[in-house]
Design a protein around this ligand. Structure first.
Ligand code: ADP
Length: 508
């Protein structure tokens, strides 16, 4: 049991104070030679008046000690409160510590789960890319043969009925190719496989050529067709011609498809953001006077495989992918594709995208003009590495049409291509990418790294059914000079071969 410090100190003070009168009285009695008795004490006290003052010492010391005791008690209470607070704080900190440890544990687990999810997502993305690359290759390769041979057959002598059949095959295979291309295109966009080029575009030329592309079908339907562009618009913009044309052509083709009377117009206007007119915000509007779109379908038509009416495919054809692709392509350029429409009166599809302005690009010299100018004197030996028999026969037929400009030799895989390349002199190699035994990437890498100049610098063009940006990038990384996708357009292949060989010979 704890004693009250006030009582304890007071008692100590009083007892200690009492010592003073006791000792002084005893000393006085000793001096006076008095015996030890109450009377001696009284007479010593009476003879020495100072003793009466000393007698008050117990009282004074008692009061002082009581005061000290009080302070001590306050201190003890204060200490106890402090202790309590420290205990509370300690407990609080311990709890917090515990909580933090728990949180750290949870975070560690979440981090691990995130890393795992990221790895799984990357795996899935790679699997998707691989699937796309394979799909692209496996479907486009046979289609390449169908489209190419049909084109060649149509040019041979056939009777009227055979010609009709061939036209049907051509129409159906082109349609199938368009659908496959759309599906692949959408998958490419979703897999982040689209890359936008930035090169100078002559704006008015581009608009003219997209309008020309739809002009025949529009005029066949008796539609008025044309474009206008404001005087303020720049001569040239920097962008991706292919992608801009793709979006405009999709909107214009739809406009023609869904309009039976009236007109299809493309309006282009400009807003400059700065005094130097370095960037221009271009607004493109495709306006038609066609069937229009119900108000409740204005958003859903931009979804994959969605059409305004269930009867649309039957009446007008199409897959419902064009607008989904176009909207994503506009999004990727920083704009947004929108529509306004009145049922039965027509629709307006519009988007705005900002482009850097530039000088207008000079017209690209056509390969055939170059060819003629040079007096058909190219005489190049070309090695085609291609594993598919049909594609080799097709290439042979296409090259035959070009006469003596090119002499064609074949290899059926990358390994054979290297052997033939080392044994002969070629001006160009056309390299399929996916081949058995050795693929085109490996063969190209070997030529570029293992052989001595000038052989190792021979131009190599990838000729492939792969349309993925990652495959294209890889082809350039291993040292290919150009990239042509199958089914190839003979004109495009000719142009790229001609240009690549000329540049190589001119030492560019
Ligand atoms: P597709 O034309 O192949 O069906 P799109 O994605 O290009 O696919 O278009 C989706 C749908 O939007 C069309 O099926 C049609 O119902 C509607 N649509 C698009 N453009 C127009 C237009 N100019 N006029 C009326 N309807 C349109």
């Amino acid at each position: 049991m704890k004693t009250n410090p006030v009582i304890k100190c007071t008692c100590t003070g009083v007892l200690f104070g009492a010592c003073f009168p006791l000792v002084s009285t005893l000393v006085e009695m000793w001096n006076q030679g008095l015996p030890l008795s109450f009377q001696s004490v009284m007479s010593a006290q009476a003879s020495q008046p100072l003793l009466w003052i000393i007698d008050s010492a117990p009282l004074i010391l008692g009061v002082m000690a009581a005061f000290i005791g009080k302070k001590q008690r306050e201190l003890i209470v204060h200490n106890e409160q402090l202790d309590l607070k420290v205990k509370e704080k300690t407990q609080f900190l311990e709890e917090k510590n515990h909580e933090l440890k728990g949180e750290i544990e949870i975070r560690k687990r979440t981090e691990k789960a995130l890393i795992k999810a990221k790895e799984e997502a990357e795996d899935a993305k790679h699997a998707e890319e691989r699937f796309l690359a394979n799909m692209s290759h496996e479907i486009r390769t046979p289609l390449n043969s169908i489209v190419g041979f049909t084109r060649l057959l149509i040019e041979t002598e056939v009777d009227e009925q055979q010609s009709e059949y061939l036209k049907s095959i051509k129409y159906a295979s082109n349609h199938l190719l368009a659908i496959i291309n759309d599906i692949l295109e959408l998958s490419k966009i979703k897999a982040g496989q689209i890359e936008f080029e930035q090169y100078p575009i002559n704006l008015r030329d581009l608009l003219g050529s997209v309008i020309n592309t739809i002009a025949i079908s529009a005029r066949n339907k008796g539609l008025e067709v044309g474009y206008d562009i404001d005087d303020e618009a720049p001569e040239g913009i920097k962008g991706d011609t292919v992608r801009i044309s793709q979006v405009l052509l999709n909107l214009l083709n739809n406009a023609v498809k869904f309009t039976s009377n009236g007109s299809v117009k493309l309006h282009v206007s400009t807003i400059y953001n700065d005094d130097c007119k370095c960037t221009a915000r271009m607004r493109f509007e495709v306006v038609d006077t066609g069937i229009g779109i119900p108000a409740d379908k204005l958003e859903s038509i931009f979804d994959d495989f969605k059409q305004a009416e269930s009867s649309t495919t039957r009446l007008y054809g199409g897959t419902g992918l064009g607008l989904a692709i176009s909207r994503k392509l506009v999004d990727l350029q920083g704009g947004s594709l929108e529509v306004t429409s009145q049922l039965g009166e027509g629709s307006t599809f519009y988007f705005e995208v900002e482009y850097p302005t530039c000088e207008a690009k000079p017209e690209e010299e056509d390969a055939f003009n170059l060819h003629i100018k040079d007096g058909n004197e190219l005489h190049a030996r070309v090695l085609l590495a291609e594993d598919n028999d049909m594609n080799r026969v097709l290439a042979e037929k296409v090259f035959e049409v070009w006469g003596s400009s090119f002499e064609l030799d074949f290899a059926i895989n990358g390994k054979e291509a290297i052997e033939k390349f080392m044994a002969n002199d070629y001006d160009l190699v056309l390299m399929d990418l996916q081949m058995p035994i050795m693929d085109g990437f490996t063969a190209c890498e070997f030529i570029r790294t293992e052989l001595d100049p000038p052989k190792r610098d021979t131009p190599i063009i990838a000729l492939t059914a792969d349309v993925l940006a990652s495959e294209r990038k890889r082809a350039f990384q291993v040292g290919m000079n150009e990239y042509v996708t199958k089914p190839f357009k003979p004109q495009e292949l000719y142009f790229k071969m001609f240009k690549t060989i000329k540049e190589y010979r001119d030492g560019i």
